[in-house]
Write a protein that binds this ligand. Structure first.
Ligand SMILES: NC(=O)c1ccc[n+]([C@@H]2O[C@H](COP(=O)([O-])OP(=O)(O)OC[C@H]3O[C@@H](n4cnc5c(N)ncnc54)[C@H](O)[C@@H]3O)[C@@H](O)[C@H]2O)c1
Ligand SMILES: O=C(O)C(=O)C[C@@H](O)[C@H](O)[C@H](O)COP(=O)(O)O
Ligand SMILES: [Zn+2]
Length: 361
């Protein structure tokens, strides 16, 4: 077991990475300040891990659980409202703690509920997917989707602790493991070239779920993300690099209807699009684009746009991206391997060419 910190002054918190963390309450209890707890999970994760977690919470006056329906399609205000209904019906007060047990969908919604309930209560992240362990549980972006755009309603709200139990990854469906690997690869591309090299040599170990390789990757990604977030908590500048591939990816998710492409899959295709655009702008060469495609493909991730998705559909969906400023699209592109930059001067015809080169019609 080991630990690292997200340094945010009075909002700093630890990320604990280990195995058997779920059954060992000593990691969780110090971060629960009141006597009330509400575990937020879903119908898939509850039968797998809820009982183990609840065993460690038996000392509290009040422990409620809500198991939400599973899936990105349920990452909505209506679903978050179900959390508020339960909290109010069960008379949870301001000293309650929400515990998010699940993937990024649960973490994003539980965190948002915690930010809003009685103007803010504590919350804890127990991420059970690779994607949630390397990305969504860290950094305090919480929120829900809107039919017109991804994560459009939300808040920056940091957890009190993140507990990443490696054992939970053993039950993850293969497709979800790959989706998590997309965000893992992202860190290599945007800020950690040596890690990208490591991934090229060790991808088979990750796909085989070698516990040591998984723990190494989770630790490395969390360190990379914690450093970026510590520098720019609310994305006024550098944090936007964590959005690499996402302007394209979010367009895919919104146009396809949330859930048909997994977030990580959409980000994978989006990263190829961003890499291709970087190449067209002359920043990176064909060889690097090929390396990126090869690694994503080895991880069984998609490299091109969904069938029939048009350039115009991309452009319309991308126009509502949260990074748009004064009507200008801001995109995260690559200057080199491990070096991302934010650009706001992409010629429209070059953007269209990159999209077409990646399968948009
Ligand atoms: N807040 C952030 O910074 C941030 C970062 C990246 C992604 N996200 C968001 O995270 C979401 C994607 O997260 P995700 O990939 O974890 O998806 P998810 O939460 O939908 O989980 C994926 C699937 O795996 C199941 N599952 C979870 N843990 C399991 C386990 N241990 N064993 C078996 N099945 C398990 C879930 O029930 C679900 O069916 C998206 O909504 C995305 O926008 C947020
Ligand atoms: O933490 C961040 O910052 C990220 O951008 C991480 C992304 O992987 C994540 O998908 C995030 O939810 C995207 O945020 P958004 O602000 O573009 O909706
Ligand atoms: Zn993401």
């Amino acid at each position: 077991m080991h630990c690292l910190n997200v340094e945010l002054g009075e909002r700093s918190y630890p990320i604990v990475i280990g195995s058997q963390l779920l059954g060992d309450p000593q990691h969780l209890l110090p971060y629960i300040r009141g006597k009330q707890v509400c575990v937020v999970t879903n119908e898939t994760v509850a039968p797998l891990y809820l009982e183990r977690l609840l065993e460690g919470l038996s000392g509290f006056d009040k422990v409620d659980t809500i198991a939400l329906p599973d899936g990105e399609a349920f990452k909505t205000l209506d679903t978050v409202n179900r959390i508020f209904d339960l909290l109010l019906e069960q008379r949870h007060n301001r000293s309650t703690t929400l515990v998010a047990l699940g993937g990024g969908v649960i973490g994003d919604m539980a965190g948002f509920a915690a930010a809003c309930y009685q103007r803010g209560v504590d919350f804890v992240q127990i991420p059970t997917t690779l994607l949630a362990q390397v990305d969504s549980s860290v950094g305090g972006k919480t929120g829900v989707n809107h039919p017109l755009g991804k994560n459009m309603i939300g808040a920056f709200y940091q957890p009190r602790v993140v507990l990443a139990d490696m054992n939970t990854l053993q039950t993850l469906p293969e497709r979800e493991l790959s989706a998590g690997i997309a965000e893992v690869i992202k860190y290599g591309l945007i800020c950690d070239a040596p890690f990208f090299d490591w991934l090229e040599s060790n991808m088979s170990r990750l796909l085989e779920r070698d516990p040591q390789a998984l723990a190494y990757a989770v630790d490395r990604c969390c360190r990379d993300k914690a450093a970026v977030v510590a520098e720019d908590e609310r994305e006024s500048g550098r944090r936007a690099i964590l959005n690499f591939g996402h302007t394209f990816g979010h367009a895919i998710e919104a146009v396809q209807g949330y859930g048909s492409w997994l977030h990580g899959e959409a980000v994978a295709a989006g990263m190829v699009m961003a890499a291709e655009l970087s190449r067209l702008r002359g920043s990176i060469d064909t060889e690097l684009v090929a390396r990126i495609r090869d690694l994503l493909s080895t991880a069984r991730l998609p490299l091109v746009a969904p069938d029939d998705m048009t350039v115009q559909q991309f452009l319309d969906a991308m126009a509502v991206d949260k990074k748009v400023m004064d009507g200008r699209l801001r995109l995260v592109l690559l200057r080199a391997l491990g070096d991302a930059q934010i650009v706001d001067d992409t010629p429209p015809e070059l953007l269209a060419e990159a999209l077409e080169n990646c399968g948009a019609v």
